[in-house]
Design a protein. Structure first.
Length: 133
């Protein structure tokens, strides 16, 4: 008998989890709810040890590549098309003067560096910490 993660049950559970996350993110009015919600749900599930899998035979690498290219095209082409078409905002823009304070900026950078060091973000990206199989 196959383990549950190798049978049809695992992809169905993963699909239900992703659909629920997409619906939740949509209900919360988050940006890109049907992409970010399932992505975070699968990542959370896999990092917590549930080992969710996609449908056998699906090309996850091609899906990820297609989504990345879609976002890239939208980011590159849409602003160009809007600018080229001559659309402009109706709001009058007036820059508000904000004084630049170098000592406060240095303090802010220091706080950010300390927070990053305290959270040990570098550990998240070590390949050796990822358990596969």
């Amino acid at each position: 008998m196959k383990a549950a993660r190798d049978s049809w049950v695992n992809p169905v559970v993963a699909l239900a989890l992703c659909a629920t996350a997409g619906a939740l993110f949509s209900w919360l009015k988050m940006p890109l709810p049907w992409m970010i919600g399932p992505l975070l749900a699968m990542a959370t599930g896999n990092f917590s040890g549930t080992r969710l899998r996609s449908i056998p035979g699906s090309r996850v690498d091609r899906i990820a590549l297609a989504q990345s290219l879609r976002i890239l095209v939208v980011i590159v082409l849409v602003p160009f098309a809007i600018t080229y078409a001559g659309f402009h905002g109706a709001d009058a823009y007036s820059a508000s003067p904000v004084p630049f304070d170098l000592p406060k900026l240095a303090i802010l950078f220091g706080i950010g560096a300390l927070a990053g060091g305290a959270l040990t973000l570098a550990r998240c990206w070590r390949v050796s910490s990822y358990r596969s199989g």
